[in-house]
Design a protein around this ligand. Structure first.
Ligand SMILES: NCC(=O)CCC(=O)O
Ligand SMILES: [Mg+2]
Length: 306
């Protein structure tokens, strides 16, 4: 009765990885228990999760090097397997909430979220590509698009692009405060999307900065974001709390791959109780103020609750 914070399966968005092909299921080496599925098996995974009470999914594609180029052209090719997978999932399970990822890195031969020229990221030119990508994802059936690129002005640009294409009901979950973090490495293994040169510090946030997140939040709200997200979660609980107290938008937190894998690794070594560590860290994210948690633990949590 006096417990102040309670987790529920409904709090979660489960990130899923999709690959091209049929009957393919590969475990991500640095993320025990997390798989890359071809679309046919992804449908089974979504069905299993829906039966466990998970309603929302964030789907990411892993592309082979041969499909990548400087302009991320594959990202808005209507025949590409990712867009077809989104369409298939949404038409098979219309009740599922489907979120997609907007950034160039899975399709970029530079492994960056934007267009690279002479070692620099071209912010405004990148917005054009992100606009095409968003409209293609909305067309495929996305309910929420998740711009994870951190270019300036992209929320407003994408809102306009979606509206102009008739997708007024597609929401934007902005990666408002996405920090240049060491905790993303397993995810980059899952997607083979690590930067080929340089790092992401010119567009992602400095882990030293808290109040800069408020500037990002004000801009995103003004530009039309429907949700604000903080990423990573565990090393940034203060940022979650600050945005929760300063915005009336729903607050999401991304419990990222490294946060998942370090608990899994310590559990495998017998150094801590993985289940208790999972529950405690998820609870801390909600206690800090997140309404929504994107987590690779979502399915494990849902099974436990069941
Ligand atoms: N745009 C999504 C991510 O970058 C996820 C990172 C992670 O899970 O480590
Ligand atoms: Mg920004």
């Amino acid at each position: 009765m006096v417990e102040e914070t309670r987790l529920s399966t409904k709090d979660f968005i489960f990130p899923l990885f999709v690959i091209d092909g049929i009957n393919q299921k590969e475990e991500v080496a640095s993320m025990p228990g997390i798989f890359r599925h071809s679309t046919d098996l992804l449908l089974k995974e979504v069905e299993e999760c829906l039966n466990l009470g998970i309603n929302a999914f964030d789907i990411f594609p892993a592309y082979p090097e041969s499909k990548k180029d400087k302009m991320a052209t594959e990202s808005h090719n209507p025949d590409t397997f990712y867009l077809q997978a989104i369409h298939k999932v949404k038409t098979t399970f219309p009740e599922a909430c489907i979120m997609t990822d907007v950034a160039m890195d899975p399709y970029s031969s530079d492994g960056h979220d934007g267009i690279v020229e002479d070692g620099k990221i071209l912010n405004d030119e990148t917005l054009e590509v992100l606009g095409k990508m968003s409209v293609a994802q909305a067309q495929a059936g996305a309910d929420i698009i998740g711009p994870s690129d951190m270019m300036d002005g992209r929320v407003g640009h994408l809102r306009k692009a979606l509206d102009n294409a008739g997708h007024t009901e597609v929401s934007i979950m902005s990666y408002t405060a996405k920090y240049a973090s060491a905790f993303y490495n397993p995810f980059r293994d899952a997607l083979d999307s690590a930067p080929k040169a340089g790092d992401k510090k010119t567009y992602q946030m400095d882990p030293a900065n808290l109040h800069e997140a408020l500037i990002e939040a004000e801009l995103d709200e003004a530009e039309g974001a429907d949700f604000l997200m903080i990423k990573p979660a565990l090393a940034y609980l203060d940022v979650i709390r600050l945005l929760k107290e300063n915005s009336n938008l729903p607050i999401a937190a991304y419990n990222v791959s490294g946060e998942y894998s370090m608990i899994k690794a310590a559990h495998e070594k017998g150094w801590l109780d993985g289940e208790r560590a999972m529950l405690e860290s998820l609870l801390s994210i909600k206690r800090a103020g997140a309404n929504i948690i994107l987590s690779y633990f979502a399915k494990e949590y849902a099974k436990l609750r069941k």
